[in-house]
Design a binder for this molecule. Sequence first.
Ligand SMILES: NC(=O)c1ccc[n+]([C@@H]2O[C@H](COP(=O)([O-])OP(=O)(O)OC[C@H]3O[C@@H](n4cnc5c(N)ncnc54)[C@H](O)[C@@H]3O)[C@@H](O)[C@H]2O)c1
Length: 645
Amino acid sequence: MVYPAWIMNMRRKTLNFFNRHSVPRWTVFLVDASVVFFAFIVAYVLRFNFDLPEDREHIFIYQALIATAVYAGFGLVFKSYSGLLRHTTLTDITLVFVVTTCSVIVLVILSSLNQWLRWVAILAIPQSILLIHYVAVSLFLFFGRILIKLIFLFATGTVRNKKRVLIYGAGELGFVVKRVVLSDPRYGFHVSGFIDDDRSLQGKKINGINVYGPSILSPEFIEKNKIESLIIAIKSLSVDRKSSIIRSSVNLGLEVLDTPEVDKWVAGQLRMPQFKRVDLEDLLGRKPIKLNIGLIKKGLEDKTILITGAAGSIGSEIARQMTSFQCDRVLLVDQAETPLFYIQNELREKFLDIRFQILPADVTNASRMEQIFSEHGPDIVFHAAAYKHVSLMEENPHEAIRVNVGGTKVMTDLAIKYEVEKFVMISTDKSVNPSSVMGASKRLCEKVVQASARKEGHNTQFIITRFGNVIGSNGSVIPIFSRQIENGGPVTVTHPEVYRYFMTIPEACQLVLEAGFMGQGGEIFVFDMGQQVKIADLARAMIKLSGFIPDKDIQIVYTGLRPGEKLYEELLTDSEKTIPTHHEKIKIAQVEEIDGEIVLEHIDWLLRDLYTLCSCEVVQAIKDLIPEYQTTNGKFREVHSKSHK
Ligand SMILES: NC(=O)c1ccc[n+]([C@@H]2O[C@H](COP(=O)([O-])OP(=O)(O)OC[C@H]3O[C@@H](n4cnc5c(N)ncnc54)[C@H](O)[C@@H]3O)[C@@H](O)[C@H]2O)c1
């Protein structure tokens, strides 16, 4: 409908007014009380046909004040003034009704008692006046509120360019979401329909809004109805179903919002800013992990935990997860000072009761690490400190060996010397049939841990956990893609056929804890990472989630495989098999036997003479220890081809 310019202008001004002002509760209370007072005077004057008897002239004002006090008292008890007038609901109207009815009943009783017992003249309020007053006050208070709501609807109801939204879920939650979405004009949503899987609801209308089946999530319907967003509003939706709805919506170019769980609503109320834009984790649809909490709790109780690499993605998440358990102390070791400072601040802000201690230290510095072990006597060690970037380590093999292998050697030796109960090393799928210096260095770390487990005369349990990429870790593809999308592209992918496993950081760390406490020592635990994800598809999904069209708004550019990079990662070598554990997502890799003494001897030699060797000699030394280490690209190809001859 086309309105004249002056109406549109008035509407804009009213809307601006409502956006800037909301009437304070005490003002509503005073206005309600004034309405009661003046309605009483009007009722009096009407009852006596504008001709007050002389004996009433002095007392009717006092009686109006008494009536006002009774109404105000019930108003305070039932808080009938507390609802936002512009959003008046049936509940607010009911409260007004309760207040006026209780008040009139009390006033009628008072006046009857007074008539009977002849207390004071001031209480002799004619009951006809009380009844006229009751009707007048109720009408004023009801219609006053409804009028304000109507003015508000007039101002907001037909604002153009509304964002058309579908609500997935036509149940109770969908209804609440609809109310919240429509009540906040700043977001300018128009609900174009509900979608529900329940066939008995499909084809019906809720509050005049159509309920559709999921099949309407089609390009034709979305385009015809100019739908821009979809809000998920179902309480118990399986992870698979949810990620499938998100995938189809994102593919249709819709912005997808998720309704937070009821326990996360602020003070029991859902508000627009609480709706969360779905992210990649929702899209990948990872199922929540079930943990054997009892076992982990018992294992960590009253223990001193040392975490290396504690300022990194994995180490810091393990530290966060420690806050759910009754550990005695948590020692955070890392060489990166500023990230340590940040994690210290975060943990201090969020968890006041846990005893965290920050220890800047380099795990390759044996003296410093010995100082920490002797001073703090850790019971359990999570070793996550490492250099992990494939391309950087490819250029600097000495550093991969010094930090990853050297650090692990220092830590395992100290664990045995200081009688640590449990040593859990974080490894990676890149250590399996490694094609990079980084992956090979991590396989060497695994061998150091395996060899330490086989040493005689100690009770330390050495456990290895091996898994693939975690979503959003420092320097991983996801934060890199996000930045590239923010900058308008292009998004760079090395090869169209590169696939990777993905897990969330909390998920991986939960499995590290679970595996840590199911192990007896010497095992390599491999996590079930689900299906490998094509990195090019991931890039596409991230572009769509950000509201852009891949290859149109934002280009995807292929840059070629980097040295040491594989198309696929594996979780097991060809000779390794797995044995299941009681946890469906954790398997034990049956690894080939190693001669621990020879491995450790060779590694000691490599670490001692490291900087007398050139890069190719370092790579050759690694290859001597890990025959399956192969690379088809990069500058070390010659070393590999020589070893074949
Ligand atoms: N991120 C992943 O996707 C992933 C997946 C599987 C396994 N892993 C493994 O988990 C481990 C940690 O990975 P991340 O993603 O947390 O890496 P990250 O780079 O975020 O963290 C590593 C931390 O180790 C610290 N560190 C490095 N050298 C150190 C030294 N000499 N002394 C003390 N601290 C040192 C770094 O400062 C950093 O804070 C790595 O071994 C990695 O291979 C990571």
